[in-house]
Ligand binder design. Structure first.
Ligand code: A3P
Length: 293
């Protein structure tokens, strides 16, 4: 059997992209958001699936119980910009979501977000993850996902990451761009993966307060139990085992779920070069990341 070729990246309005992200561009840009939509925004591998499942449970845990066991999470939370041949596009899926609010996820840099989300004053939840762990996670994801460009070896991947030449562009531009948006757009909750790992309860309380939700203690406990790394790794609806293009034997989608795994990948020299470059790119003193907790 012929092995499908990995896609090539190309420059798209200054951001590295692949076809499955740009093929449906006009429909993405003309997407009609509704005022109660919730936009989940992240750079890839920052904890999108985790926050998506948390939101899905906070809103819909009490609905039809079959929903949780029979519909993969990626069909409950629409991935706005994706368009893979022979599958419904993200915009089609979003249009058909039966639930309110609709949960819609995007990895787009902020300047590419369809304007209707801003016009409708939709709530936005952004999750950011420290660059080093984010890079490591992205490397293993490219290894296991045949729909992504070939990552090369770790050293090659890391150079590409630092140069901003990854699908969805530069991590540095992404986290900064969305951070700047938060300064002018009030319906915005900016979260950090590391905070969620360190103090889950506190972060969920803050999230619920932003969303205007007040789950009971029992509900919160049920959600908590479902969204642990181990539960999500076992759960076929959240571990992406239903997606054939991902080879979980190369690297599982639910890989480690830790802060600080970068230490097992970066050499001392890579770390020094990374830190030096980081200082030049991350000048905003208000936006601070933790590479360990
Ligand atoms: P690692 O590769 O470091 O393990 P995304 O959903 O944006 O693709 O991000 C995937 C990353 O989030 C993976 O990181 C994955 O393990 C981690 N993750 C997913 N669910 C998690 C959970 N419940 N707790 C902690 N980390 C989680």
């Amino acid at each position: 059997m012929e092995v499908p070729r990995r896609p090539e990246m190309f420059d798209f309005h200054g951001v590295s992209m692949i076809n499955i992200i740009t093929d449906n561009w006009d429909n993405v840009q003309n997407f009609k958001a509704r005022p109660d939509d919730i936009l989940i925004a992240t750079y890839p591998k920052a904890g999108t699936t985790w926050i998506s499942y948390i939101l899905d449970l906070l809103y819909f845990e009490n609905m039809d119980p079959d929903r949780q066991t029979s519909i993969p999470l990626h069909e409950r939370v629409a991935f706005l910009e994706i368009s893979v041949p022979s599958q419904p596009s993200g915009t089609d899926l979003a249009d058909k979501l039966p639930t309110t609010p609709r949960l819609i996820k995007t990895h787009l840099p902020v300047q590419f977000v369809p304007k209707s989300f801003w016009e409708q004053r939709c709530r936005v939840v952004y999750v950011a993850r420290n660059a080093k762990d984010n890079a490591v996670s992205y490397f293993h994801f490219e290894r296991m996902n045949g729909g992504m460009p070939e990552p090369g070896d770790w050293s090659t991947f890391l150079q590409g990451f630092m140069a901003g030449k990854k699908v969805f562009g530069s991590w540095y531009d992404h986290v900064n761009g969305w951070w700047e948006k938060k300064q002018t757009y009030s319906n915005f909750h900016y979260m950090f993966y590391e905070d969620l790992i360190e103090d889950y309860e506190k972060e969920i309380d803050r999230l619920c307060s932003f969303l205007g939700l007040s789950p009971s203690v029992e509900e919160k406990e049920r959600v908590r139990a479902s969204v642990t790394f181990d539960s999500m790794k076992q759960n076929k609806m959240t571990n992406y085992s239903t997606v054939p293009v991902m080879n979980q034997e190369v690297s599982p989608f639910m890989r480690k779920g830790k802060v600080g795994d970068w230490k097992n990948h970066f050499t001392v020299a890579q770390n020094e070069q990374f830190d030096e470059d980081y200082k030049k790119k991350m000048k905003n003193p208000d936006l601070k990341f933790r590479c360990e907790i």
